[in-house]
Write a protein that binds this ligand. Structure first.
Ligand code: GDP
Ligand code: MG
Length: 278
């Protein structure tokens, strides 16, 4: 698929460095690459020890870790309500545009519940127009809860298959985060008792371990059901996917490999490992 090609292209220099280190048997260089890829010190050391620095063995070990996170996204309910959360700038709104395009034939409705910034609503409306997706936005200063309520009501009455809820990422304290998520949840369950069916945490791969720490705050505050790892195109910190999988034990449903609506693909451990190591 085109998206995996993009990923392979982005990892080219990383793959070349790996290839050189494997062929010269330079264990120090291998460790250096793994550390720079933000895989984490302990994991880098144990992977090197267990693989004895052999390419095939290392690939097998990495694939083994990543396979735990491979799970197809399932639509259990009609509508399936998917809340998208994550740090400001991690890629939430872009991911919503991508998912709306990917799931076009399921009849998607977007709820623009990042009501803290006007620009967020406008950005989402542009994406909705571009992908031909219906959207419910805040009117006259409605808060996130009111937007979600209107969106779910519309989804039920107009037979939408999926509702994607955009949320604010700029909330600073854990308490603010929890309060906002709780508000959305409380309102949603009034109309659909099990909603939101999925809470996807969007993480920015290019921020490496740093982003991992930030995402931890969301993970701790809100019941997350799955991950989307955005901005994997061209980042030299792609190794961070390994500690992400080990830390959160959650499925990675999708990865983002660019800024366009087509730049999303279901996560595949084997393909990802091949893109990384060759
Ligand atoms: N290269 C790349 N850029 C991305 C990707 N996903 C999002 N972005 C960019 O990251 C920036 C922030 O994205 P946005 O969706 O607005 O983040 P939000 O604040 O979480 O809603 C924008 O410039 C996006 O174009 C991706 O997969 N790859
Ligand atoms: Mg946004």
């Amino acid at each position: 698929m085109l998206q995996w090609k993009r990923l392979r292209q982005g990892f080219l220099s990383l793959r070349r460095r790996f290839a050189r280190a494997f062929s010269s048997g330079d264990r120090d260089e291998l460790e250096e690459i793994l550390l720079e890829a933000d895989i984490g010190v302990e994991r880098a050391e144990s992977l090197l020890a267990d693989s004895k620095g052999e390419r095939e063995r290392l690939a097998e070990l990495i694939r083994g870790i990543l396979e735990k996170a491979e799970k197809p996204f399932e639509f259990g309910a009609h509508p399936t309500v998917v809340m998208i959360i994550g740090t400001n700038g991690s890629g939430k709104t872009t991911t919503i545009a991508k998912l709306a395009a990917l799931w076009k034939n399921r009849k998607v409705l977007i709820a623009a519940a990042d009501t803290y910034r006007d620009a967020a609503g406008l950005q989402l409306e542009r994406w909705a127009a571009r992908t031909g997706t219906d959207i419910v936005s805040s009117v006259q200063g409605q808060d996130a809860g009111a937007v979600v309520y209107d969106a779910l009501k519309k989804a039920l009455s107009k037979d939408y298959g999926v509702v994607l809820i955009d949320t604010a990422g700029r909330l600073h304290t854990r308490r603010d985060l929890m309060a906002e998520a709780e508000k959305i949840r409380r309102v949603a369950t009034k109309l659909i008792p099990e909603a939101p069916h999925e809470v996807l945490l969007v993480m920015d791969a290019s921020t490496g371990q740093n982003g991992l720490r930030q995402a931890q705050g969301f993970y701790d505050a809100i019941g997350v059901t799955g991950l989307v790892i955005a901005k994997l195109d061209g980042t030299c910190k792609a190794g961070v996917v390994i500690p992400i999988v080990e830390r959160f034990s959650l499925p990675i449903y999708f990865i983002g490999v660019g800024e366009q609506t087509g730049d999303i693909v279901p996560f595949c451990a084997a393909k990802f490992t091949r893109a990384l190591l060759g």
